[in-house]
Design a protein. Structure first.
Lengths: 331, 358
């Protein structure tokens, strides 16, 4: 039975992702309660919604929790939300570690609650187009896939720079493309990676990851966190027996300007407000929670993405490929 | 020589083309043929595949001289030769040329085994002839600009390199699909170009290689990998990802291309060496009309080689560069076979090297 009342959504966190989520939650007609250790007042002043005094207060008053806190807190916040009987939307990565992500998936299943990671790239039109072309057979059998993603080092808050807290570029940024590779070419059986970190006055991080899929297809993901002026660029090049398809966000633009003054370098790539993927992901996941339709991204997807990312980190540290046996669940 | 001239014109430079097996041989022949002060002869003894225009007939079509055997070509005493045979047959030709005192421009890869590569370098050194590798992309102005940005520190400290050299499955010559003669598949064909550019740009030493491959593309003709992805880690902490796949459909309007993206702590640079083109549509078929333009990098490569031969000064990329890039390619092949990361155990720069798989 469709639920036509306004959803009551609790948004936890008031950082970058909350600024991307709150206006869309309100546009979706949600009554939004915001809890954050800092910044909730500024956030609701800018967009709307109400500030909750504590996480427990928030959890007692909403039906859906949207977890937009730093990565290392996802596990605790999601667990508390599930324990309070809430359905949960969680910003990617689902959790900081593969074990935590697997445990959350298990907890949600046992509680009979939804747990949906907001893998927003699945809602970007250029990736939706790629997926549709593959599904329609236009590329034939996939053979080799390449993904890249680069932008400024996230210096807005300190935790990104600490791999213990953020997981580093592989777990935080490249997880988008690791999820894409799996979404498009299927389960991953082997992972190899390199990871370069340059802390200091000009912090930078880079990683390359190679994936072997169970299907026999092979994928490469490359990620860069560079200097503050670096524009956020993403792209892919996919080749199959039936054709090739490539996209570069720097090349495909509906609006280009060249004005005096420094250009913006934001935490997200350029998006068209008419098909804003941050709106589409929340619309899809809230609809799935309220109406039971299958969402485009599930807890299992989120856990697998973290598992692949964690394997990549292990490979980068050990210097050898990591085998992911399909039947063995995450540790 | 006519008396009365203050200086006689220099004798024409004699350039031999040893084998027309590689498709580049014809291109080199055309470029050399049109230059003053150069005599060109080729030697391309058979047997040849029936479908391929080779040997004397190709020489005639190209308008260059011809010798029935490589020995006959060397009897002509060429100043220099281009070795453009099948990849696995470079060594005997290069050794023959070195013994005859001819400088050598060797098509890439230098060889298909470490032993052959080393033997070629040793033969050139023993004979006192110059050995140059045919890595033309080094001579692209975009690469010169990249080198200048890097050298001036505008990129900062490098953190990552990403390269893609995607072309069609080589179809003009049957041997490209024969792993014995080609030395393998896509890994042999395309890893070394990007490895050489990184070598020339950074001077960094490759320390380990990981590769994964697929035969799914062109599966009906694939006797070796037709797609490959390679990670190369360097002693500076930088790592490079290379896509060497033959992923360009045979029906594509142009052969493919080579891109290199270099990221540093202060900025990034992207080179698309064969990218610029006019784009349109063919009204009859609706197919893309793509007309690339740009300088001929093979011409710049040959000019450097010929200048070096005339001046007697060793050009770059030399045989050592050929060995370093060969080592990375061989490491990639071993990694793909074993599903392990391969450590290049001893200094690739302090060749000879070897593998120590951990």
């Amino acid at each position: 039975m469709p639920d036509c009342t306004a959803p009551r959504v609790g948004l936890v966190g008031a950082g970058t992702i909350s600024h991307l989520h709150l206006p869309h939650l309100l546009r979706l007609g949600a009554d939004v309660l915001v809890y954050a250790q800092a910044g909730a007042g500024e956030l609701t002043a800018a967009y709307g919604g109400t500030v909750a005094g504590s996480l427990d207060e928030l959890l007692s008053q909403v039906d859906i929790v949207d977890v937009a806190t730093p990565t290392y807190t996802h596990y605790d916040v999601v667990r508390r939300a599930l324990a309070a009987g809430q359905d949960v939307i969680c910003e990617k990565p689902l959790a900081r570690t593969s074990a935590e992500a697997a445990e959350l998936t298990e907890l949600a299943a046992r509680a009979g609650r939804a747990l949906y990671p907001a893998h927003v790239v699945r809602y970007f039109p250029e990736y939706v187009t790629l997926r549709a072309a593959i599904r329609a057979g236009r590329l034939g059998d996939l053979a080799v896939l390449r993904f890249y993603r680069s932008g400024a080092f996230p210096a807005r808050t300190a935790w990104y720079a600490d791999p213990e807290l953020s997981g580093g570029i592989i777990v935080d940024q490249m997880i988008h493309d690791l999820d894409q590779a799996r979404w498009l070419a299927g389960e991953v059986v082997r992972v190899s990676a390199t990871w370069t970190r340059r802390p200091g006055p000009h912090p930078a991080e880079a990683a390359h990851v190679l994936l072997t899929h169970a299907s026999g297809a092979i994928s490469q993901a490359s990620g860069i966190w560079g200097p503050p002026h670096l524009e956020f660029i993403t792209g892919y090049a996919v080749a199959g027996t039936g054709g090739v398809l490539a996209h570069d966000s720097a090349a495909e633009r509906r609006y280009v300007r060249d004005l005096a003054g420094p250009g913006p370098s934001g935490p997200v790539p350029g998006i068209d407000p008419a098909e804003d993927p941050y709106f589409l992901v929340l619309q899809d996941l809230i609809s799935a929670i309220r109406h039971g339709n299958e969402p485009r991204t599930t807890a299992a997807d989120g856990a697998q993405a973290v598992r692949i990312a964690a394997a990549a980190v292990t490979s980068a540290q050990s210097g050898q490929p990591v085998d992911l046996a399909l039947e063995v669940p995450a540790p | 020589m006519t008396a009365g001239h203050a200086s006689a014109p220099p004798a024409p430079l004699r350039i031999g083309i040893m084998s027309f097996a590689h498709t580049h041989a014809a291109g080199y022949a055309r470029l050399l043929r049109d230059q003053p002060g150069i005599e060109v002869r080729g030697s391309d003894p058979g047997p040849h595949p029936a479908a391929e225009l080779r040997g004397r007939a190709l020489a005639a079509q190209l308008g260059v001289g011809y010798c029935d055997s490589h020995a006959e070509l060397m009897d002509w005493s060429p100043d220099a030769v281009l070795v453009t045979s099948e990849n696995a047959r470079h060594r005997p030709l290069a050794e023959l040329a070195a013994r005859g005192g001819a400088h050598i421009l060797c098509e890439k890869p230098l060889a298909t085994t470490r032993a052959d590569g080393q033997a070629i370098v040793d033969a050139a050194a023993a004979a006192g002839v110059m050995l140059m590798m045919a890595y033309p992309v080094r001579f692209a102005s975009a690469f010169t600009r990249l080198q200048a940005d890097y050298a001036a520190g505008r990129l900062g400290e490098l953190i990552a390199i990403r390269g893609a050299n995607n072309g069609m499955l080589p179809a003009e010559r049957a041997w490209f699909a024969d792993p014995e003669l080609a030395g393998g598949g896509a890994l042999v064909d395309h890893v070394v170009h990007i490895a050489d550019l990184i070598d020339a740009l950074t001077g960094a030493e490759a320390v380990s290689v990981t590769a994964i491959t697929s035969r799914r593309l062109h599966a009906g003709r694939a006797a070796a990998e037709t797609a490959g992805l390679v990670l190369v880690s360097y002693d500076t902490g930088v790592s490079a990802a290379i896509d060497c796949s033959w992923s360009r459909p045979a029906t594509a309007p142009t052969w493919g291309g080579l891109t290199l993206s270099v990221a540093g702590t202060l900025g990034t640079a992207d080179a698309d060496f064969f990218g610029p083109r006019s784009r349109g549509l063919d009204a009859a078929t609706g197919r893309p009309l793509e007309l690339p333009y740009g300088p001929d990098l093979d011409a710049a490569l040959l000019a450097t080689f010929l200048t070096a031969v005339r001046a007697g000064e060793q050009p770059q990329p030399d045989g050592a560069a050929g060995l370093r890039t060969l080592e990375i390619m061989l490491g990639a092949q071993l990694s793909a076979r074993t599903a392990q990361t391969v450590t290049l155990a001893t200094s690739v720069r302090g060749y000879p090297g070897g593998y120590d798989r951990i």
